[in-house]
Design a protein around this ligand. Sequence first.
Ligand code: AMP
Length: 122
Amino acid sequence: MNDCLFCKIEKGEIPSFKIYEDDFVFAFLDIDPKSEGHTLIIPKKHTLDLQSIEKDSLLAILEAAKKVMNLLSQKLPVDGFTIMQNNGAAQEVKHFHLHVIPYYTNTKEKRTPEEIHALITK
Ligand code: AMP
């Protein structure tokens, strides 16, 4: 969709901190993270929400979530994860996205997405 923020991010028209990509999905750091490494995973094909996403896209998103969780666990002192997905009035950006939010028991660090991206991709 022409005016969709996340379609523009996936096409590279708007910059993002990409951490994973395959034929079906694109994953990038949330610009306003709830914790270090907070990642959004989107289908490349524009899709609104959980009710409208196709089964194959959903499976690709979940497979990517496992890879993103493994990557974040290797690079950051993660103690767990919260997976979140908003719909309808609860959904700010109208392109399906799965939030992968690391949980930390102890860390007090508050590095920027730019710093976290450099750490994860080095
Ligand atoms: P939701 O309420 O589930 O639609 O969440 C939308 C998320 O997108 C929020 O956590 C925002 O911080 C995030 N977001 C909005 N704009 C950008 C952007 N340009 N790059 C990365 N994340 C963004």
